[in-house]
Each structure stands twice: as structure tokens, then as C-alpha cells.
Write a protein that binds this ligand. Structure first.
Ligand SMILES: C[S@@+](CC[C@H](N)C(=O)[O-])C[C@H]1O[C@@H](n2cnc3c(N)ncnc32)[C@H](O)[C@@H]1O
Length: 285
């Protein structure tokens, strides 16, 4: 048996050799997962010089082998933290990213003083955005729409496990919520937006995020985002807000396209790393 400190050092070294980014962080999370304890408890046991039991060490070795092959950390732990909630994720669903948390801030700034706000998250994936909004603004009515049946199942399961009253619908965003045209306060979306032909470098993304979650359907990656924006325009009431994520390379092109399509108050927003990440725009009126 090996002390936690030494085990973490060799796990970090194993992941570093495999060029896993944030190797030390991943080693810690994987050992905590293998031991079925929190990271806080792991740190306590490290300070006490504890030694994990043999089966935990074996589980860790197996997890490290998979992580070294660049299986996403979140697929191995089965969880992805997003703002104040933990989402179940795995094969068949896009892993929510920290930079997407910005969209929730932008939505909350809009619905904060409107207790009856009607919000929809188009292209919901795991349900991350919709569920975080419902968690932080419980009096808002939040719906979520997802095309892919597997991703839809993850989102529905997350809503149920988190006990959050969000209606998760399956179908194309482009024709979402028939009959609710002109009624919504906010439409939020993190659609697929990677330019077709631009294959992501990270194996975690390239090999494990579903293709339907990544590619925006045209050379500039904006076909699907603009189709989703068109539906958002129809669903919003006059003055209603669209909040949409985009690639950092689309900080000019997407706002310009929305301007051109007749949206007003088009504003682009930077993420915490200072990169263009999301656009907001209002339906005129
Ligand atoms: C980039 S992922 C974002 C997932 C989630 N909103 C998030 O931020 O973690 C895009 C999602 O859109 C879904 N999708 C792709 N095309 C769609 C469409 N036409 N209508 C609805 N959902 C779509 C994909 O299956 C995927 O779950």
C-alpha cells in the first residue's frame, strides 16, 4: 500500500507523460473518485499520511490508464460541475465547459427582477444552462430543447436527479415550442458552432464530444447558430433577449450577422479569460 501523497505524485507523473493538461488536478479527482470520497476528504487523508486500500489503488490505475488515453475526466467520474450544480455526463453528451457559465450570468441579469420570466435553452445538451438557471432563478419558467436522443436522455435524467422543474423536450431547435411564438423573455443557446473542417486539437473533444454537438454546419460555423437565432427571434416577445455562445473567432462575425438579420442592442461579451464568447441581442419592439 502507498501513502496518498506518493500515490498522487506517481499518478500526476503518469498523466503528465500522457500530456494530459492539469495532470495534478485530474490525479486528485480520480483518486477521490476511486476512493468514493470528496477532494476535501482526500486532502485530509493526505495530511494524515493515510494509505488507500488495495482495491482503491487498483481502481485508480485503471482510471489513470483511461485518462492517459485522453478519455475525458468527466466521463471517468461521471460528473461535470457547472455553476452550483453537478451534472451527470458520459458518452453521447457534450461535457459542459466553464466558459459557458457566462451565459447563465447574462440570463440572470435579465430575469433577476422578473419573477415570472419565460426562458428556453435551445440545444441544451446535458441540460447545463437550463438547469443552472432554474437552480438560481427558481421562479422562472424554464424549458430546454435538444435534438439528439442520447443527449436528451442525459438532460432529462439530470433534471430528475437534481429535482429541478425544467421541461426537457426533444426535437430541432429550429422549430422549437410551436404555439409559443412572441411569448418568451429570454432564449439562451450554446449551439454547435465549430466551422466544418476545423477538427478540434484536444482528443477529449475530437474523440468524445458528439459531432452533432460540435460542428455549426457551414465553413464559418454559423449556419446552425443563425438558424437557432431565427427561431429565437420568432419565440421572443418584442424587447426579449437572445443570449448565444460562439467561438472566440466569431466575436465579430456573429454579432454582424445578427445586426444584419434585424436584431437590436447587439453586444458581444468576453469570458473570464478575456476572449469573445457570447453575444446578446434584443428582438426589436
Ligand atoms: C455545444 S453543445 C452545448 C450543450 C449545452 N448547451 C452546454 O452548453 O453544455 C450543442 C448541443 O446542441 C445539440 N444540437 C445540435 N443541433 C441541434 C438542433 N438543430 N436543435 C437542437 N439541438 C441541437 C447537440 O446535440 C448538443 O447537445
Amino acid at each position: 500500500m502507498t501513502e496518498v501523497r506518493a500515490l498522487l505524485a506517481s499518478a500526476t507523473e503518469r498523466l503528465t507523460r500522457a500530456e494530459v493538461p492539469s495532470a495534478a488536478n485530474d490525479a486528485q479527482l480520480l483518486l477521490a473518485h476511486a476512493w468514493d470520497i470528496s477532494v476535501g476528504e482526500l486532502q485530509r487523508r493526505r495530511l494524515l499520511g493515510d494509505e488507500p486500500p488495495e482495491p482503491v489503488e487498483r481502481r485508480l490505475v485503471d482510471l489513470l490508464e483511461q485518462r492517459a488515453m485522453r478519455v475525458p475526466l468527466q466521463h471517468l467520474t461521471g460528473m461535470a460541475p457547472f455553476r452550483g450544480i453537478e451534472l451527470r455526463v458520459g458518452p453521447g453528451v457534450f461535457v459542459p465547459r466553464p466558459e459557458t457559465e457566462l451565459l447563465v450570468d447574462l440570463v440572470l441579469a435579465e430575469v433577476g427582477d422578473r419573477p415570472e420570466a419565460q426562458v428556453v435553452d435551445l440545444c441544451t445538451g446535458s441540460g447545463a444552462i437550463a438547469l443552472a438557471i432554474k437552480h438560481e432563478a427558481p421562479s422562472a419558467t424554464v424549458d430546454a430543447v435538444e435534438l439528439d436522443p442520447m443527449a436528451h436522455a442525459w438532460a432529462a435524467r439530470n433534471a430528475e436527479l437534481l429535482g429541478l422543474d425544467v421541461q426537457v423536450l426533444q426535437g430541432p431547435a429550429e422549430s422549437a415550442l410551436p404555439g409559443r411564438e412572441g411569448t418568451l423573455d429570454v432564449v439562451v443557446s450554446n449551439p454547435p458552432y465549430i466551422p466544418v473542417g476545423m477538427v478540434p486539437i484536444d482528443p477529449e473533444v475530437r474523440d468524445h464530444d458528439p459531432e452533432v454537438a460540435l460542428y455549426g454546419g457551414s465553413e464559418d460555423g454559423l449556419r446552425i447558430p443563425l438558424d437557432v437565432a431565427r427561431r429565437a427571434h420568432a419565440l421572443l416577445q418584442p424587447g426579449g433577449l437572445l443570449v448565444m455562445e460562439h467561438a472566440d473567432s466569431q466575436g465579430n462575425s456573429l454579432p454582424a450577422a445578427l445586426d444584419h438579420a434585424g436584431w437590436s442592442h447587439v453586444v458581444d461579451h468576453l469570458d473570464l479569460a478575456g476572449r469573445p464568447r457570447a453575444v446578446t441581442a434584443r428582438r426589436p419592439g
